[in-house]
Design a protein around this ligand. Structure first.
Ligand SMILES: Nc1ncnc2c1ncn2[C@@H]1O[C@H](COP(=O)(O)OP(=O)(O)OP(=O)(O)O)[C@@H](O)[C@H]1O
Ligand SMILES: CC(=O)N[C@H]1[C@@H]2OC[C@@H](O2)[C@@H](O)[C@@H]1O[C@H](C)C(=O)O
Length: 374
């Protein structure tokens, strides 16, 4: 099943992402030469059980110790299960699970054993994508922007546009497709916009024992409390110039801003905070984007989408409007980035992570049977 990584030509790469929402592992195949997208392939999803989610939650914010070890083992096994379902793969891009992210402090931690996966699956694995960028002074996130640039080309965009990912945390990529290459100054600007669904999920869990505000049903019956919203926007994060990134729990205490509110008002206000963070962030774009294409779970929330439409001056649509798959874009991104890493191409630049030079970060593990060949 395994093959050494060819140094040129089109590769079939499988990417896997376990996001900050802790819902499960997304996996997706793309064909790429490391520059262009040549096609999209099959996708898969492996949900975490309640018990597994609990194990992951217990390890959030920690850098080492038994909780981290348990989380790492679980993440590796869950990935081994889903990735084994795919066939004829040249290369795997394995993001792992972020447990802690403190780029200007202790670094960034994505757990999961990429080397173990290589041996188990017999396919080369690229992993630990963020550490090199952080070591060189970058934020280590977001990393999807180079892939967003390729997506903009794939859909034939001719004017600047934004990709907005609304997962646990929100991140925005401004792409100017008039440039030929993503690393050219001005082609990309990217940053985290603020918390997205994580605070809503946490509040729903805490108050109602539910994992999310499905279809915005609770927020729809509530009212955004402007006092709480103003206090939220006064956080220093919003005045910082991009690039900038967040840890899932950096804004965990914002739930306190809504603690006196009814369930509906509290959820509406947290939803409004996500939209307001995006509206503030978009002001940093070099030019107003022609459209905002939304990916990640937040695009399924009609109340959140409506709030974004009201506060932004351009069309706001799910990425499905241009034929992309908003549930799989991150997994596809790490498939794409894996090929770039394997070929020595950069995966971040000053405009995406604030790093001083171009970085092609990641470890490459090859099956031991192929070590003599590479
Ligand atoms: N139908 C829906 N209605 C409302 N919210 C939804 C719906 N579907 C998904 N979501 C939200 O999207 C979240 C999952 O989003 P996604 O899978 O993009 O996150 P992630 O990839 O784990 O996070 P990140 O991008 O921050 O790493 C859920 O936790 C939930 O809050
Ligand atoms: C440190 C980390 O894992 N960051 C994630 C997280 O989830 C969304 C946002 O915060 C983004 O910065 C990043 O993921 C996406 C996939 C990225 O790197 O582009």
């Amino acid at each position: 099943m395994g093959r050494a990584i060819s140094k040129s030509g089109v590769l079939t790469a499988l990417g896997a992402m376990s996001g900050t929402s802790l819902d499960g592992v997304d996996a997706a195949v793309i064909k790429t030469d490391g520059y262009r997208i040549l096609g999209f392939g099959p996708t898969g999803y492996r949900a975490y059980s309640d018990a597994e989610r609990k194990t992951l939650r217990a390890a959030l914010g920690q850098w080492h110790g038994p909780e981290v070890d348990a989380a790492a083992e679980l993440v590796t096994l869950a990935h081994a299960e889903i990735l084994a379902d795919f066939d004829k793969i040249d290369l795997i891009g394995f993001h792992g699970q972020t447990l802690a992210h403190e780029p200007s402090g202790r670094g960034t931690l994505q757990v999961g054993d990429g080397d173990g996966l290589t041996q188990a699956l017999g396919v080369p694995v690229v992993w630990d994508f963020r550490s090199d960028d952080v070591a060189m002074g970058g934020e280590g996130a977001p990393l999807a922007p180079f892939f967003h640039f390729a997506c903009a080309k794939w859909i034939g965009a001719t004017q600047p546009l934004c990709f907005l990912n609304l997962g646990g945390v929100g991140n925005l990529t401004y792409v100017d497709p008039r440039f030929d290459s993503p690393e050219v100054l001005g082609a990309l600007l990217a940053f985290d916009t603020g918390p997205a669904n994580a605070p809503v999920d946490d509040l729903m869990q805490e108050r109602l024992g539910l994992p999310m505000d499905r279809d915005g049903a609770v927020a729809r019956g509530g009212r955004v409390e402007t006092g709480a919203l103003e206090l939220f926007l006064a956080e220093p994060f919003f005045n910082r110039m991009p690039p900038k990134s967040l840890d899932r729990n950096d804004f965990a205490e914002m739930i306190r801003l809504v603690q006196e509110l009814t369930d509906a008002d509290a959820v509406a206000t947290l939803t409004g905070m996500c939209a307001a963070g995006v509206a503030q962030g978009i002001e940093h774009c070099p030019e107003p984007p022609s459209r905002v294409l939304v990916t990640g779970g937040g695009r399924h929330n009609p109340v959140l989408m409506e709030m974004l439409r009201v506060s932004l001056d351009c069309p706001v649509e799910p990425v499905e409007a241009v034929g992309l798959d908003g549930d799989m874009l991150e997994a596809q991104a790490f498939a794409y980035l894996a090929v770039r890493v394997a070929r020595g191409l950069p995966t971040s630049c000053p405009g995406t992570t604030g790093v001083k030079a171009l970085v092609g970060g990641g470890m490459v593990s090859v099956p031991s049977s192929e070590r003599s060949l590479t």
